[in-house]
Write a protein that binds this ligand. Structure first.
Ligand SMILES: NC(=O)c1ccc[n+]([C@@H]2O[C@H](COP(=O)([O-])OP(=O)(O)OC[C@H]3O[C@@H](n4cnc5c(N)ncnc54)[C@H](O)[C@@H]3O)[C@@H](O)[C@H]2O)c1
Length: 399
């Protein structure tokens, strides 16, 4: 065993030893993400397990051939990382830990270089594996390390945030940030498995959980109305990590993402639907220098997209109004400051969905009916923004 840290260790942040909390273990739900067919016609894909106390399932996800496993986790999750390492050693692997900086600080080329160094010094070969333990920042960074080491080794994700479970760990997008922007460098690299252990959510701060729910709501609007009904029936339960309702929401959101990415593993078309609410959200994140949580920005972005679709005559009033009701019931922001339009428009113009000068938005033409729409004239965006904007004191409330 060896344990290496990218920087000097800091005090313990969030101990979440999943295997120790696994007393009440119920059968996990298994969702399969299909990613096409192999050269021999075999079905390619991987499983996402959702449940409690899933650590014992890790060897099954890593597969039989690996001898060495690199566990990558942030400092804040050192206790969980240590439990994972111990379990792997008990299962007969040679487990090595790479502790990386927290959150976006971990998505840095120097952190990737540190992980490559650990892999090299410990003789990792093509048949060995990487395990990520952490939120979306860690799945992105560890996924990138796995995608690039020896041109690709296996990676299993153990997401510990709601956003990580329903979004970042599923779909195979990996990436790091550069000085010029977020996620500009990366690769598609599908995991061999994902363990969404609900026990890890017990220590997640409430605002992180609520931010993750914005992506769950998105899945409801683009593909699964039952998600919206569950939240409407009991918005408090949707935020309770002990609740079976939250578990059902997570499973349903993963199922939506799995269906969409299975049909479009390289993001060439259908996957655009997952960007519902994200065009304005990215512009808000940029305007806020990434001090807003992604989910909070996506929440405002969905309200905007619904208003835009309504004003273009594409979406009925009831579905448009439902956005505001559900998102505010969860405590998510639904408005943004009215003095930032020019900056937001600049961010919207930089969005990756645009082709040339043509502005494009994912809009609904009904529940479960997302389409990418070309916006002929930015003036309609401005008029719509007036409908959702508020004075800076009330329109810039982060989670
Ligand atoms: N690849 C994709 O498809 C995809 C999709 C969505 C988002 N992302 C990426 O995901 C990242 C955001 O992910 P995130 O929202 O999970 O943020 P994060 O990974 O930064 O985690 C948020 C915070 O929660 C802490 N944390 C994590 N798990 C915890 C736990 N169980 N208990 C207590 N604290 C815990 C982390 O240490 C961190 O401080 C962004 O970098 C984004 O680009 C990627």
């Amino acid at each position: 065993m060896s344990h290496q840290a990218a920087e000097e260790p800091s005090p313990e942040g969030a101990p979440t030893p999943s295997s120790q909390q696994a007393a009440a273990v119920s059968e996990p739900t298994r969702l399969t993400v299909g990613t096409g067919t192999g050269e021999g016609g075999e079905q390619l894909g991987y499983d996402v397990l959702v449940g409690n106390g899933l650590l014992a399932r890790l060897p099954e996800m890593i597969g039989p051939r690996a001898e060495r496993v690199l566990v990558i986790h942030p400092r804040a999750l050192r206790a969980t990382g240590d439990v994972v390492r111990e379990d792997l050693e008990n299962a007969g692997y040679r487990a090595v830990v790479a502790e990386i900086p927290d959150a976006e600080e971990g998505k840095h080329i120097q952190v990737a270089a540190f992980c490559w160094q650990v892999l090299g010094q410990n003789g990792f070969t093509r048949s060995d594996a990487v395990v990520s333990v952490g939120g979306g920042a860690v799945t992105d960074a560890a996924g990138f390390v796995a995608a690039t080491w020896l041109r690709g080794v296996r990676v299993v994700h153990m997401p510990t945030t709601l956003l990580g479970m329903v979004d970042a760990a599923v779909g195979g997008k990996t990436g790091i940030n550069t000085a010029e922007g977020k996620n500009l460098v990366g690769a598609f690299h599908q995991p061999t498995g994902v363990l969404a252990d609900l026990d890890t959510l017990l220590t997640l701060p409430r605002n992180e959980l609520v931010a993750g729910l914005a992506e769950v709501v998105k899945c409801g609007f683009i593909a699964d109305e039952r998600i919206l009904e569950i939240i409407e029936e009991a918005p408090d339960q949707a935020q309770n990590p002990h609740s079976p309702r939250l578990r059902e929401l997570i499973e349903r959101a993963i199922a939506v993402k799995a269906r969409v990415v299975s049909g479009d593993p390289q993001e060439s078309g259908a996957r655009e639907a997952l960007n519902y609410g994200h065009t304005l959200a990215h512009a808000i994140e940029l305007a806020e220098r990434y001090q807003w949580r992604h989910g909070a920005a996506v929440s405002v972005g969905m309200v905007f997209a619904a208003e835009l679709a309504r004003s273009m005559g594409r979406l009925d009033d009831a579905t448009a109004d439902r956005h505001l009701m559900i998102l505010s019931a969860l405590g998510l922001p639904t408005t943004y400051r009215d003095d930032r339009w020019n900056q937001l428009l600049e961010g919207i113009r930089r969005d990756k969905k645009n082709r040339g000068d043509q502005l494009r938005f994912v809009l609904l033409s009904g529940l479960g009916q997302p389409t990418t729409v070309e916006i002929p004239d930015a003036s309609i965006l401005y008029a719509t923004y007036q409908e959702i904007a508020a004075a800076p004191e009330t329109g810039a409330i982060q989670l």
